[in-house]
Design a binder for this molecule. Structure first.
Ligand code: ZN
Ligand code: ZN
Ligand code: ZN
Length: 378
């Protein structure tokens, strides 16, 4: 499983993204977009802020205006090294000065009464600082204002997501050969993380190993529990490769499963297959959730499917859009998201099956290809 390293994104790529964001904002009636450190900033500029800093870093985008990054003076050299640095102007501010006074003219240029989209993860402290400085401005969540800004992936992004998915698949193929019985969940989790890195991940975000009753907790942190013969084991792992996410789940069984364990696994697999098969352009996100939920409800386990069916994936492993009741956003070719129904029987065991799916003109295409039958492990 060797795939070449994709060509890095260039300043021109980032400029195109920033222009698109500014244009979409104008189309949505916004004066501009304010981007805080985090996934939006990484996607728009390639700039990974060195630490979760309390100092104001803010990218200001508005149509017809040069993209400008307000940045602390001491971090300006790092910002200048970002892949998208040549596509924007840096405006630094030094400790002791008012950073909002530095940012204000950039917002005022479009009229200080404007409404701005602001990154969901911007610190409240900074938003309050801007509001204090420009009391007639107003703000809306960027995800709410421009839900599809990062949601539709281009070919270069899809190539990275596919590579991350293939690496996660290779990880699963290796882990299912390992011995589970008699080992701690935390040992298997460490092995999963090592494998993800071995297959090219630069970052591991999670390695859920939920054995026996622990599998009934969807986000169980791997513990010191010793895995036993007869356990169901939920394995959910992912992270970033070449800057894009993987996230897959398979449930394995140690030794021969009972009829009930097989039946529950079959129901989840049927729900997952039906939901993946339902994916096509134009249907609402909530429809994917409904299809999976209907299968599980019809089988009598509806109350044990306790989470949404999926989430978007891109430069992060969890992002909009969400496959959840109430989400009416239509599917668009290029969108990528997880399809991960599950059944969780408290105190007993859990089953989840998860693949990343991308929307094409012809329907859904899975970016994970490992077998979805109940693997018997030792
Ligand atoms: Zn069992
Ligand atoms: Zn997952
Ligand atoms: Zn997921």
């Amino acid at each position: 499983m060797t795939t070449g390293t994709p060509a890095p994104f260039t300043a021109a790529d980032y400029r195109a993204r920033m222009e698109r964001a500014a244009r979409s904002a104008a189309d949505a009636g916004l004066a501009g977009v304010l981007v805080a450190p985090g996934p939006d900033l990484v996607w728009l500029t390639g700039y990974h802020v060195p630490a979760d800093t309390e100092r104001l870093t803010l990218l200001v985008l508005a149509e017809g205006q040069e993209p400008t990054l307000v940045v602390p003076t001491l971090e300006a050299p790092d910002a200048a090294k970002a892949a998208g640095a040549d596509a924007m102007t840096l405006r630094d501010w030094t400790d002791g000065k008012d950073p909002y006074a530095v940012a204000a003219p950039l917002l005022g240029a479009r009229g200080a009464t404007g409404r701005f989209g602001v990154s969901d993860n911007a610190w409240a402290m900074h938003l309050l600082g801007l509001q204090r400085t420009l009391p007639d401005t107003s703000y809306v969540s960027l995800t709410e204002a421009l839900p599809m800004l990062r949601g539709v992936k281009d070919a270069a992004e899809l190539e990275r997501l596919a590579a991350a998915g293939a690496a996660a698949d290779a990880t699963y193929e290796e882990i299912r050969k390992t011995t589970f019985a008699g080992r701690k969940e935390s040992d298997i989790a460490r092995e999963l993380a090592d494998l993800l890195r071995q297959f090219g991940h630069s970052q591991v975000d999670f390695t859920v190993v939920g054995s026996g009753p622990n599998g009934a907790n969807p986000h169980h942190e791997a513990s010191d529990r010793v895995i036993q013969d007869g356990d169901m084991v939920v394995l959910d792992f992912g992270g970033l490769k070449h800057g894009y996410g993987s996230d897959t789940t398979r449930t394995v069984h140690v030794g021969e499963p009972t009829d009930e364990e097989r039946r529950v696994h079959d129901i989840v697999r049927e729900a997952q297959t039906a939901a993946c098969d339902a994916v096509r352009p134009g249907i609402a996100c909530q429809e994917v959730d409904r299809v999976a939920r209907q299968v599980i409800t019809d089988a009598g386990y509806g109350e044990y499917f306790i989470h949404r069916t999926g989430h978007g994936i891109g430069v992060t492993t969890h992002e909009p859009p969400y496959m959840i009741e109430g989400e009416e956003q239509p599917l668009v070719p290029g969108m990528c998201f997880s399809v991960e129904p599950g059944i969780y029987l408290p105190g007993r065991f859990g089953v989840r099956i998860e693949d990343i799916v991308t929307v094409t003109e012809d329907g859904g295409r899975r970016l994970n290809a490992t077998a979805r039958d109940l693997a018997i492990v030792g």
